[in-house]
Design a protein around this ligand. Sequence first.
Ligand code: ADP
Ligand code: MG
Length: 585
Amino acid sequence: MSIIKRLPDTLINQIAAGEVVQRPASVLKELLENAIDAEATEIQVRIQDAGKTLIQVQDNGKGMDPLDAKLCFERHATSKIHDIKDLFHIQTMGFRGEALASIASVAKVSLYTQPENQEIGTHIEIEASKFILSEPYLCKKGTLIQVKNLFFNVPARRKFLKSNPVEFKHLLNEFLHIALAHPDKIFQLYANDHLQFHLTPKSLKNRILDIFNAWNEENLLVVDEETPNLSIKGYVGSPEIASNARGEQYLFVNQRFIKSNFLNHAIFKCYEDLIPKDEFPFFVIFIQVHPSEIDINIHPTKTEIKFENENFVYSILHAAVRKALAKFHVQDIELDAFQQIINQQKKNLEGEITIKQYKEKKFEKNSNQDVFDLQKSLNALYQPISTKKQENLVLFTESATSPIWSAFQVYQQYIITNYQNKLWIFPQQNAHYRILFEQYLPKIKKGLHTQQLLYPERLHLTQPDVLIFQENTQIFEKLGFDFYLDENGVIIKGVPFELKIGNLNSFVVHLLDSLKFLDFYVQNYHEELVKTIIKPLAISKVQLLSQKEIYTMVEELFACENKFYDPFGNPIVKELKLEDLEKFF
Ligand code: ADP
Ligand code: MG
């Protein structure tokens, strides 16, 4: 007897949905792409409950006639390709004809649509691939789709959705990708009935400034490179607006947002000497190639792409961004002023200024010095001083019973000590992570206290960051922040008493960036939160420490419950045994 059965269509669609529809944001992406393909000029998005209850997209595009309105929910039904040749000349965002079928198999979907030249439109209700209703309906020209209760019939998948802030951040990203790729169109985004974005048709530059409203024109450097087969256009951020946020890199190929570590690297490399290692440049770059030069049909979500000649694209992209940065530099380096600062710093060296303080200073607005070179010179200037200090140190005591111990810093990044009569060496930053982690974890579990600021401080945040802040107010409260929100953003009235925050603004930006990876419901939520917080609070990897700081650090590290690993799993303390030393000589 045959045991093989053909699967029912609903099940086939649900299996396919596993690939296309991972979360509310994937639904939004597909709906927005359909609106773009329908040549809409005005697109409105409404989200309820981070998309878990409702994702709605309304467009003023072509619309569908009654037959198409039904067909669009069929698997492999598409108006965008007709034969295999078309697959190599894709001009539209969609082409696989499976998004709506997949979505309708795992949600309750309402569709209202009407083409321009028709008197009446169509209203369809479909639930878990079953048509519930189909009726003539007077609509506006265009299409309105509502996707309700995503995964209502697949509880296992609904359970795996992340907290609302995390899902919302993903939704926001999809919205921004499309809004950046189509600055000539109108976009609105409502979240829980609040208007979050209203973007009017603009140049790309102004679209970027409308979205990332904390920046100004001088922060955007033009990229513009044209070869016979390839065009690269867009903007890269000046080094000052680099941040440790990883979400602000937007790369598009033929208007489609794509993820490519390889191509990102071509851009990152241009900034290597301009920004600190743990920061990332901002960019919005559009690569345009002939559709036959790329394959976008690698994955159903279409965020990966294969180029005919990837190395060629890499080198042109690299050259284009270098050129943009070079232009910026010629304008900005004033060597005389630079020399003056160096001289000033030489004088200050006997004083208190540390590299870290200097680093903070460098990002002060309007400072147009060549920061990196300055940093290098300063490092060089510090070198002799630390060596001198070390010469003055009393080194290890010889008596095995003596309670006296000593410690010193080498290369401004490692600490060597004979604490407890053994010889240890550890990297200062990782050790500091461990110390801060163990100090803050119990405190943060309880909730931190607030220290009121003398003057409330308005944060310098981009609009997406303000939204993420709004979604995560509980976390900021728990951390002891006192704040309020107004139509322009966030004002901080009090800061966490227990945390020594250097630069309030960059601390908050760092936290907001990390929050998209954090989930309220994960079991080790507090641990993850503390790991996030200590990164900007710890001392630098390379930084001159005072003798007192070195001693305190050794004592605190050896008081830690787990002194051998930092919270990120890197080993931190190495004991140098007698055998080790004997091996050396
Ligand atoms: P694809 O976009 O890959 O063709 P979809 O399942 O996303 O597949 O959509 C199926 C078809 O439904 C599209 O080819 C298009 O003809 C039609 N369609 C979907 N959304 C819209 C819309 N917003 N306006 C007009 N037609 C649409
Ligand atoms: Mg589509």
